[in-house]
Design a protein around this ligand. Structure first.
Ligand SMILES: Cc1cc2nc3c(=O)[nH]c(=O)nc-3n(C[C@H](O)[C@H](O)[C@H](O)COP(=O)(O)OP(=O)(O)OC[C@H]3O[C@@H](n4cnc5c(N)ncnc54)[C@H](O)[C@@H]3O)c2cc1C
Ligand code: FES
Length: 582
């Protein structure tokens, strides 16, 4: 295929599908400043915090500890100049990288180290401790890596002065070469498309990349929409306009693909434009399921899908009566965020407790109490039958039980539907839910058509390749990367362990694995005290875990699962949790 040069940056490591650095870019490269390779030895040697010249560049070097201070498998935060650095002794070697996660700046020292990679305690991003390269998402960027020298039993870390305040590192990427006539079209402006585009450029693909999105914004941080609904659009963008320009990535906003013709390799846009492609990514995600009861079309009935929705919901709920339909992840986050802003917040759910099926009744009950303490009124085991209005606007919500709730705004979070309607007639195979069926390489049944993210139904490695459809930010990023590598004929399988999080009143629940069909939950800590770890058991094996204030247990389990380890119910039952660093 055209456009890919012989870069070797992203060849997969079979054990856990991670990727290495050092792209042998035999192409035109738009280099971002990066710190050079990890843990190489310095030739110069001065003690304590000092400045020195190495390879013609000014460096700050610090004596950070004695060699015996760290045992193998340990990490330590040290300071060099004003920079906090994560010093690691792994597999017998010292190395040093940035200390903060490139996603939301979590301190990686509180994460978990397995082999030569550290996993963030917050949302599971992984970084190679030698290169600083990101190996698992969320987060887009890598960490800076620093030079380490061990001499006479002392450990020194050196930082090039020009990188002193750099806390993250964009991987090397090439840009567009106009003479290369090859186009990869990415339908959807979510994280799957963005990472696909970046991975292509990191791997020396110099053809044309077009991201086509219905959204008004280029790729943005969607999970923030329900956690802080009043953010400026500029603060949620994943990349700036300059970034796309620098790397020759076209982002077409306000454009909807209405059909795909794989025989001619053409997509049709809603404005009638036909766009040719050589390879295609379908990463159109899911849309919120709308309400279908009488009155659902009244003014004030809202879904949360994009930045405009978040702003509108926030503004229209200030000092007004909000009713949230659906006591699961989106609904609970929205209710939590609005609890101190709306005049009243009522929550309607069909189960006994929020998240009852996914997280279980104990956690659901506890989260319900958390929100009740903030005056959210729950109407569980009930459902909406009608929305009544006045002058075209929402006035009341009627429930099956007969309860009538006063309402100015109704927000529905009742599930999602894959955005795949435009594939009708394309021969791209869909499952019964209308999710796009892909194999481990993110290939659809149609040649040169790939799919990634929430819209897919894919084989999940940790569940024996059971076909699943999960809506996790991290998994969408991971699939975007895998799709890109396979487009470039670098065979790579999707092997990521699912990881997601949700935030209620400033407290996070972290979750890893795939718990569907679990038959038992084993708890550590106390759910009532909001400090717990829950193991989900199926067929005597731990298939998933959730936690609150119990770091880094969930990150640790995710990392152990990523190495192929299987944990039995007996291990979850045991008092000794040292295998989870607890
Ligand atoms: C409010 C909210 C909060 C969330 N919070 C979390 C969280 O805390 N943790 C977590 O793990 N996950 C969370 N998620 C889920 C997470 O956002 C998704 O898993 C992720 O965004 C999926 O990425 P994607 O690239 O597959 O698709 P999406 O991000 O959904 O992007 C799909 C893109 O395709 C575009 N599109 C659709 N159809 C067409 C078409 N025909 N033509 C052109 N463009 C089209 C859309 O406009 C959109 O740009 C949240 C989701 C929402 C809505
Ligand atoms: S802060 Fe590290 S993964 Fe989110």
């Amino acid at each position: 295929m055209g456009g890919a040069c012989e870069g070797t940056q992203d060849s997969a490591r079979p054990s856990r599908g991670s990727f290495s650095s050092s792209c042998s870019l035999r192409c035109r490269v738009a280099h971002q400043p990066t710190s050079s390779g990890a843990s190489c030895l310095l030739t110069a040697g001065r003690m304590n915090q000092s400045q020195e010249t190495g390879e013609g560049e000014e460096q700050v070097t610090g004596l950070v500890c004695q060699e015996e201070d760290l045992r193998d498998g340990q990490m330590k935060e040290v300071t060099v100049g004003d920079q906090t650095v994560l010093l690691v002794r792994a597999l017998g070697q010292y190395s040093a990288v940035g200390s903060r996660c490139s996603h939301y700046n979590a301190p990686l020292i509180k994460g978990t180290l397995v082999g030569d990679r550290v996993r963030c305690p917050f949302h599971g991003a992984c970084f190679n401790v030698r290169t600083g390269d990101i190996e698992e998402y969320p987060g887009l960027d890598s960490l800076p890596s620093y030079k380490v020298k061990v001499e006479d039993g002392k450990v020194y870390v050196s930082i090039d002065k020009k990188f002193l305040n750099q806390t993250r590192r964009v991987k090397e990427m090439c840009s567009l070469a106009p003479d290369i006539k090859h186009t990869i079209l990415l339908i959807g402006g979510g994280p799957a498309s963005l990472v696909c585009a970046e991975t292509l450029r990191q791997n020396c693909y110099q053809g044309r990349i077009i991201i086509v999105t219905k959204d008004t914004l280029p790729p943005f941080d969607k999970p923030k929409l329900s956690k802080a609904m009043n953010l400026d659009s500029s603060s949620i963008l994943l990349r700036t306009g300059d970034f796309y320009q620098q790397y020759g990535i076209e982002v077409w906003t306000h454009k909807e693909v209405v059909s795909v013709n794989p025989a001619d390799k053409v997509v049709k846009l809603s404005d009638g434009i036909l766009q040719q492609y050589d390879q295609l990514l379908i990463s159109t995600g899911c849309r919120a399921r709308p309400l279908s009861c009488p009155g659902c079309g009244l003014q004030g009935v809202k879904l949360l899908q994009n930045h405009d929705d978040a702003k509108e919901i926030h503004n229209s709920c200030l000092g007004r009566k909000a009713v949230v339909i659906g006591a699961s992840f989106i609904g609970m986050e929205v209710a939590s965020f609005l609890s101190d802003k709306a005049a009243s917040v009522a929550m309607v759910g069909t189960s006994r407790f929020p998240y009852e099926r996914s997280l279980g009744p104990e956690i659901g009950k506890m989260t319900m109490q958390m929100l009740e303490e903030q005056n959210v009124k729950f109407h569980m085991n009930d459902e909406i039958t009608e929305i009544r209005g006045e002058n075209g606007k929402v006035k009341e919500v009627v429930l099956k039980s007969g309860t009538v709730l006063e309402a100015d705004v109704v927000i529905a979070g009742i599930g999602v539907i894959p955005n795949s309607d435009f594939l009708a007639g394309s021969e791209v195979e869909l499952d019964s839910r209308k999710a796009v069926i892909v194999d481990k390489f993110m290939r659809t049944n149609v040649t040169d058509v790939f799919s990634a993210g929430d819209v897919t139904s894919f084989p999940l490695a940790i569940r024996g390749d059971q076909r699943v459809n999960v809506g996790h930010w991290q998994m969408s990023l991971a699939q975007g990367r895998v799709a890109a590598l396979n487009m470039l004929k670098k065979p790579t399988k999707i092997e990521s362990v699912p990881f997601f999080w949700t935030v209620l009143l400033g407290k996070s629940i972290r979750y890893t694995g795939y718990g569907e069909g679990y038959t038992e939950i084993i708890f550590k800590g106390k759910v009532d005290e909001r400090k717990f770890l829950a193991f989900y058991i199926k067929d005597e094996v731990v298939v998933a875990a959730a936690s609150m204030m119990f770091d880094p247990a969930v990150a640790r389990l995710a990392e152990l699962m990523a190495t192929g380890q299987i944990f039995k119910k007996a291990q979850a039952q045991a008092d000794d949790l040292s295998w989870l660093q607890m």
